[in-house]
Structures are given as C-alpha cells and as structure tokens.
Design a protein around this ligand. Structure first.
Ligand code: RM4
Ligand code: MN
Ligand code: MN
Length: 429
C-alpha cells in the first residue's frame, strides 16, 4: 500500500512553507498584541488529541442505502491503516476507539501491535447490544441491558464485560455504553421499570470495571426506538452515573439531543459535578447524529469548547474528558472527512483559548451583556488556521492534510489492494 511517508509530507510542506510562515507570523503578532503568548498557544494546540472511531473509516449509510467508496477497509487491520494515515497527516488522532464485536479478532496482542505499527493506541472501547450477531443465542429485538427477560440482560452484561477484557488487552481505560433500548409505542414498556433494569445491569458491569477505568454512559434522544429511549437525555444519564459511582460518567454525543437543546449548558453542568466523561463529536441540522463536526454549527462547537476551557480553569488539570469523533461518512472519502473534522475540532478548541477570561468574568459581574458577548466571541472571530497548522507542522504533520493526502494516492492504492465491498446494503455505519 502506498504509505504517506514523513519524507513525502516534508516535500509537500516545503511548497507551502513560505506562505505559512507569513500567515503564522502575522497571526502571532496579532495575538501578542491582544496579550496572548503565541508560543504557549502553539504548544497547547500541539498537546490536543481526539480519537477516531474505527467504524468511521468505512463508508456509512442511511437506513435506505449505502453507497460504498473505493478501497474500503475490509477488516479492523485495514481500518487501523486508514486511521494511521489520518494521524500521520494531522497529528491530532493518535488513538482509535474500537467497537465490538465489529472489531473482534482472535489475538488482541496482535491487534495492539498492529495499531502500534501505525503509531496508534486504543481509546474507549464501545460495546454493541443494538444488533444481533450471527449465532447469538438471544435476540436484542426488544432490548438488551433493559430487556424484560433476565437471560437477555445477562447476555448483554456479559458482552460488556467481555469488552472490558478486550479493552484491557488493548490498553484502553474506558468502556462506552450506548444502548438502542426503548419503545416504539406509548405503553409498550414501563418507563420506570426499564430504567430500573438499566441501573441493575450497568451496576453489574460497573462491578467488573477495573479501578482505573471509566464507564461512559451515552444518552440519545431517539433512534432506533422512536417513542421512548431508556437513556434519552443527560438527566437520565446523570442519574445513572450518580447511582453507579465515581467511575461512571456521562458521554455527550453532540448529535443526540433535541435540535434546540443548549448543549454547552449541559457540558457546563456535567463538568461542574464531575460527571462529564467524554464526547462524541459530530454535527447535525435536524435529528441526525452523523454529519461532520463543525460542518453545520461551528459556533456551537466553539461554545462547547469555551465551557470546557472554563471547566479546565476552575477544576484544573484533573479535568480530562475523553474526546472522540462519531460520524458517518456517506458521501465523502471517510479519511478526508475525519481529517477535516479533527482539524475543525482542534480549531474550535484553539479559538476557545482566545477568550480573555478575566475580562469576561468582570463584564458578566457588571451585567454588561454586550461586552461579555463580544469578549466571548473574540476567539470565534479569530482565524487560527495558521496556529493549528504550525502545531501540526511541529508535530511532523502536513500543512495541508487533505491536499497532501490526495497527492499521495493512498485511496487509489487502497482501491487496487482491497476488492470492492458489496453495494446497496443499508446500515448505520
Ligand atoms: C449510536 C451512538 C454510538 C455509536 C453507534 C454506532 O448512535 O452514537 O455511540 O456507537 O451509533
Ligand atoms: Mn455516539
Ligand atoms: Mn449516534
């Protein structure tokens, strides 16, 4: 497979270097004038990382159709190779969030080695009890961790515990639990008893969790259940995390809320009470949860990072939510989308460092609404492209990851080496 080598990246960067220097120097002067230390900002940007989802490098689909692209990964080893390319070019995604049983293999030491050979490690492990797998004894058609039948619940619990075991072999430190459980008819299930069963089942998983692990509870407003979802909102997720104990925290998937919900406020609340465990980044316009991060609402993403910057200031370095991307790429090359998304997430984060926190607090205390708003918006209005490009450059990445990727011919090589996947099947990912 044509590898994107550091020499190739350096060659590509050379062409862009003079322009970049000019842009970066201009931005650095501007930031210094505003009282920021550009060097410290670059260092801070270099330290940022977001995990990519192993399931994100295959072409996604809707429930109507899936239109596969060329050179799709055939297995988890191919997925790791694609994830490696994303990180080599962006230097933002050194870890992969795996999904089981989708990424199941016989030898996890071998999988960990394969990741290492691409410069990758493993982030939070995702369990899957929203589908039935071939040969599975009991069906999840009517739920998993909250199923009325204890035997089904036990099967789902056992799967989650197996995910923890696999995660340990992979060097992961967190389990993300998202269930599709819910109902399609009013009255179909007892809202109270379903939640009780969730608490019981997750407590059993929690008991099997190593001490230095976290369990991330992911809520979702709807889908696949369309009337009620057992863990539908941050309130339910918070109640469960609180009930379970300190190792349980909430995971905020940006696409899993009602369209008008104020997500940044949720972020602030959860952080304040030590229950903000992590994120799944994506964007949405209506009820979906799969568009590329910041492709619709970059300001919202910025506001989320502003709350995270605030939380970091008040809580300190112990505040470390897990950052992951969770999107479905139906019409783009997934590698390109994931690079673009990682860059947009890094951008929002870098911009959020450009708020004068003291001045903002003073304006808020003085009830000077417009000044407060202008101070808050100052970061969003700053084009930090040269700053995050400089961070990439120093880390060995590409000044223009997408152009460099296209010039490298990786996808064409993948298409030659990986036979085409079957077209037409619908599917969430
Ligand atoms: C769900 C949820 C989960 C993800 C699955 C594939 O909507 O976001 O995090 O694992 O999709
Ligand atoms: Mn998610
Ligand atoms: Mn989702």
């Amino acid at each position: 497979m044509s590898a994107i080598t550091t020499d190739f990246i350096a060659d590509q960067n050379r062409v862009r270097l003079a322009d970049h220097r000019e842009d970066f120097d201009a931005l650095a002067r501007k930031l210094a004038r505003r009282g920021f230390d550009p060097e410290a900002l670059v260092k801070d940007a270099t330290a940022f990382a977001v995990a990519v989802p192993s399931w994100g490098v295959g072409t996604g689909g809707t429930r109507f159709a899936r239109f596969p692209g060329p050179g799709e990964p055939r297995n988890v080893f191919d997925k790791l190779a694609d994830c490696g390319v994303i990180n080599t070019l962006t230097r933002l995604t050194p870890s992969v969030s795996p999904h089981f049983p989708w990424d199941k293999v016989k030898d996890y030491a071998e999988l960990r080695e394969a990741a290492k050979s691409h410069g990758l490690t493993f982030d939070a492990v995702n369990s899957n009890t929203f589908q039935d797998q071939a040969g599975q004894p009991l069906s999840y058609k009517f739920g998993s961790l909250t199923h009325t039948d204890k035997a089904v619940r036990e099967q789902a619990i056992a799967h989650n515990i197996e995910c923890v075991e696999i995660g340990r072999a992979l060097g992961s430190k967190a389990l993300t639990v998202w269930i599709g459980d819910g109902s399609n008819f009013a009255g179909q299930s007892s809202l109270a008893r379903a939640f009780d069963r969730y608490l019981d089942s997750t407590a059993a998983i929690y008991r099997a969790l190593p001490d230095d692990w976290r369990m991330l509870l992911e809520h979702k407003l709807f889908e696949p259940a369309f009337y009620s979802t057992v863990i539908s909102d941050w309130g339910s997720s918070y109640l469960a995390a609180q009930h379970l104990g300190p190792k349980a925290q909430c995971l905020v998937d940006l696409g899993h809320h009602a369209p008008t919900v104020n997500i940044e406020q949720i972020v602030s609340r959860l952080a304040r009470f030590g229950k903000l465990g992590g994120f799944h980044f994506n964007d949405s316009k209506y009820g979906d949860d799969d568009l590329d991060a910041a492709s619709v609402s970059p300001f919202r993403l910025y506001l989320v990072f502003h709350e995270l910057a605030e939380a970091t200031r008040s809580i300190g370095p112990s505040f470390a939510p897990a950052y992951m991307i969770d999107q479905s790429h139906n019409v783009t090359d997934p590698i390109e989308s994931l690079m673009q998304s990682a860059i947009e997430i890094a951008r929002a984060r870098a911009q959020a460092q450009l708020v004068d926190a003291e001045a903002l607090a003073a304006a808020q205390e003085a009830n000077d609404a417009l000044t407060a708003h202008r101070l808050l918006k100052a970061g969003f209005l700053t084009d930090v492209s040269p700053l995050i490009a400089e961070a990439r450059l120093r880390a060995g990445g590409a000044l223009d990851p997408i152009a460099t990727y296209r010039a490298g011919g990786y996808r064409a090589a993948a298409a030659r080496e990986r036979p085409a996947a079957a077209a037409g099947s619908a599917g969430i990912v």
